[in-house]
Ligand binder design. Structure first.
Ligand code: AP5
Ligand code: MG
Length: 225
């Protein structure tokens, strides 16, 4: 089982990179933000609860988030591994993940922090458009679609995320970056962290992330030993 965690601030490119990496590594892309947005669309109990936090730019409480992620890990397509995007977001989530993986005789193999300065995060989120049907990600200045307003992949209309309004972008950045730093420290302490410069062309970031995932850990071992 291969478990890779993609870390980075809101707008750092986790979803963009996960789409590329999932294909290259042959493991599914599991994003808690995408799972929450699907639950909001379905108006399920989890969605109704999560929306109250998401629209304020806050983290959804751990009990809901951890259970949702653990349920997703039970799906057959996750048996050989997952590429996690947006989870864990704090130390409690990181601990719950480690426990769940240990029960499967597994562990996180690599945590990759995609580093992007805050002013660039604001710029990227302000210009982001996502496709309505599958959430494929575009940017009006850095990564535009071939046909304006339409997804290159499935042709569905491009829309803006509810939490990409300027005031919610500010709230996400002020309320979430501290716990991201805690998670970065957690994986650094475990010797699993690699840092990638996120301010490069999308393909160059992807190459660096792939190299970081497959690189040997100091001492010659790959992964968490
Ligand atoms: P989530 O959906 O995870 O949002 P996020 O972490 O804020 O990250 P984003 O999806 O906004 O950005 P990204 O890093 O994926 O960047 P992207 O690839 O789109 O979570 C949403 C909410 O759900 C949270 O606020 C919280 O409320 C809740 N939640 C989720 N998980 C949770 C958890 N574990 N615990 C508690 N609550 C949770 O790229 C951004 C833009 O930049 C795009 O326009 C893209 O085209 C462009 N871009 C990408 N790469 C580049 C590049 N190299 N150069 C130039 N432009 C680029
Ligand atoms: Mg994302």
């Amino acid at each position: 089982m291969t478990v890779v965690v993609l870390l980075g601030g809101p707008g750092s490119g986790k979803g963009t990179q996960a789409e590329i990496l999932a294909e290259r590594l042959g493991i599914p892309h599991v994003a808690t933000g995408d799972l929450f947005r699907a639950a909001v669309r379905d108006a399920s109990p989890i969605g109704l609860e999560a929306r109250r936090y998401m629209e304020r730019g806050q983290l959804v409480p751990d009990d809901i988030t951890i259970q949702m992620l653990l349920d997703r890990l039970e799906a057959p397509d996750a048996a050989d591994g997952v590429l996690l995007d947006g989870f864990p977001r704090n130390r409690a989530q990181a601990g719950a993940l480690a426990t769940a993986l240990a029960e499967r005789s597994s562990q996180v193999d690599r945590a990759i922090n995609i580093e992007v300065p805050t002013d660039e995060l604001v710029r990227r989120l302000s210009g982001r458009w996502v496709c309505r049907d599958a959430g494929h990600v575009y940017n009006e200045s850095t990564n535009p679609p071939q046909v304006e307003g339409r997804c290159d992949i499935d042709g569905s209309p491009l829309v803006q995320r509810a939490d990409d309004r300027p005031e919610t972008i500010r709230a996400r950045l002020t309320q979430q970056l501290a716990s991201l730093n805690d998670v970065v420290d957690y994986y650094d302490g475990a010797g699993l962290l690699r840092v990638v410069d996120g301010v490069q062309a999308i393909e160059s970031v992807a190459d660096d992330v792939l190299a970081a995932v497959t690189s040997e850990a100091p001492g010659g071992a790959t992964g968490a030993d």
